[in-house]
Design a protein around this ligand. Structure first.
Ligand code: HEC
Ligand code: HEC
Ligand code: HEC
Length: 430
């Protein structure tokens, strides 16, 4: 971690502490009166007559909200029993068991406990870190919350983790989240009817797309709505309608196809987005996917001027072109057009021009597997090139693809690749 980042985090921490203290002094308890609609008598583990229709609706809400992505340990963890590690700039945060197990899960909770935890980040155990996306979930409707409660009660109890997160000081003081909430937590804007509003509800609230696609400031608060964000060594590109960065060249149908199948004529989802498609969006009803597309296509993009591409006779471009022909063109095609559904189109692709190259260096170093979906069951794979390409070759080939076939973006430096190689613990070239 650079000294500058440490410095910023330290100042941030002091600010949060002050804000936290202020809030405690003011004795504000982050109004949770909205949760009075929740029942406070029955516990999750109590045998109950649950309405099968409510369970089914609740399952769909949990899928759209992708609760499983974070609450199920990858590689065979029991469903919703927790133990998934989220890397944040403040340290690793473990997700908790949300099955109705009395000891380690939510078995002893009432519906009101559940509402307060999911919508306000206040678990009976402690204040939650916003790695749990309650800042988005705060606007989940009462009806959807009731249904989800029925669904989680109906699950088999599984013993798991209560979330053994140990962050360093000051972030281990969970009461600081009071300060964080004061700064960044917004509890407003009721849901409205209509397709675009339904789309906004799905994008902002259940889908919590901004958790990845909106950049975070030094304190982990939002900055630049859906303008692109970086997390866990991946970059989630802008989702507004910018032409240089953003979905300006995508149609509604392109967005629907990407969310349903994991790929379209423009791109193939990799990394955390492949997971989101696999666990969540592929199972959402088409009407909901269309509503999200309709909403996203309404977001104006910023006025951007296309930069000049790096000149084709620049030494890095010449070197990159050579690497491309031998190592990449077999799959991505000589003209960068890729193979639909099999290898990402690199030509005129906003994600390839992204200001942050985390996803590009990530995929190039470690390789990647696309989403396996019901619609596209054989997930395409990109092999990792860490063993084969030096930092300079990897930087050159990325500079080349970012500045050829209609793309124009700043060059990637060998230093950027070296940094990614270290962070990803990828191997050194032979
Ligand atoms: C992006 C990852 C992520 C998603 C998505 C997510 N959670 Fe969480 N959740 C977490 C993490 C991490 C924690 C533990 C936070 C902490 O320790 O402060 C947590 C904690 C919780 C808790 C508190 C458990 C306890 O014992 O205190 C509940 C309840 C919960 N989540 C329910 C849900 C539900 C319901 C959904 C879907 C609507 C969901 N979560 C989606 C990451 C996530
Ligand atoms: C866990 C983090 C995460 C969440 C949550 C998430 N995304 Fe993504 N998304 C990413 C990443 C990372 C990429 C880049 C994938 C790649 O490089 O192939 C991406 C890519 C995309 C793209 C392709 C953009 C392009 O220019 O290629 C679209 C469209 C998209 N996401 C839509 C959504 C929507 C809609 C939601 C909410 C329903 C969502 N994402 C939620 C991380 C996320
Ligand atoms: C064996 C076929 C294959 C080869 C060879 C290959 N790729 Fe890929 N590439 C893929 C596939 C498949 C994907 C989609 C991966 C995914 O979505 O997880 C991809 C994705 C990408 C992406 C998009 C990453 C993102 O964020 O979505 C870039 C950039 C890329 N490749 C660059 C290269 C470069 C540069 C080379 C040569 C050094 C190369 N590829 C060689 C198959 C290949």
């Amino acid at each position: 971690m650079s000294w500058l980042r440490r410095y910023r985090i330290a100042i941030g921490a002091v600010l949060i502490v002050c804000a936290g203290v202020l809030v405690v002094l003011l004795m504000r308890n982050g109004d949770t009166s909205a949760d009075m609609v929740a029942d406070d008598t029955a516990k999750a583990a109590d045998k109950a007559q649950l309405d099968p229709k409510a369970i089914e609706r609740g399952r769909a809400v949990a899928v759209a909200a992708d609760c499983a992505a974070c609450h199920t340990r990858p590689g065979g963890g029991r469903a919703y029993a927790g133990g998934y590690t989220l890397q944040t700039p403040f340290g690793d945060i473990l997700s908790s068991n949300i099955t109705p197990d009395r000891a380690t899960g939510i078995g002893d909770w009432t519906e009101r406990d559940f509402f307060r935890a999911v919508r306000h980040g206040r678990s009976p155990r402690h204040m939650l870190y916003p790695a749990m996306p309650y800042p988005s979930y705060v606007r989940i409707s009462d009806a959807d919350m009731h249904d989800m409660w029925s669904y989680f009660r109906s699950l088999p109890a599984a013993s798991g983790d209560t979330g053994g997160t140990r962050l360093g000081f000051p972030f281990n003081v969970r009461e600081l989240m009071l300060g964080w909430n004061l700064l960044f937590f917004r509890n407003d804007a009721p849901a409205r009817a209509g397709e675009v509003n339904r789309g906004q509800y799905l994008v902002d609230v259940l889908g919590h797309c901004g958790a990845c696609h909106t950049a975070k400031n030094a304190l982990g608060g939002d900055s630049g709505y859906l303008g692109g964000g970086t997390l866990q060594d991946w970059h989630a590109p802008a989702l507004h309608n910018g032409m240089q960065h953003g979905l300006g060249s995508w149609s509604d149908a392109d967005i629907v196809a990407y969310l349903k199948t994991g790929s379209n004529a423009h791109s193939i989802a990799a990394g955390p987005m492949a997971e989101a498609v696999e666990h969540s969006t592929q199972y959402m009803p088409d009407a909901d996917l269309r509503a999200m597309a309709a909403y996203l296509k309404k977001l104006p993009g910023p006025a951007e001027t296309k930069p000049q591409p790096v000149a084709a006779n620049d030494p890095a471009m010449v070197r990159g072109a050579r690497v491309y022909v031998t190592a990449c063109s077999g799959c991505h095609a000589p003209g960068g057009t890729g193979i639909a559904g099999m290898a990402t189109r690199l030509a005129d692709n906003p994600a390839i021009r992204a200001p942050d190259t985390a996803s590009l260096t990530h995929v190039l170093m470690t390789g990647s597997r696309a989403a396996a979906t019901d619609a596209n069951p054989t997930a395409a794979g990109m092999p990792g090139f860490a063993w084969k390409l030096s930092d300079a070759d990897a930087a050159a080939v990325l500079t080349y693809v970012r500045n050829t076939w209609g793309n124009a973006a700043p060059a990637v430096s060998a230093g950027d690749v070296a940094k990614a190689r270290r962070a990803l613990k990828a191997r050194k070239p032979m």
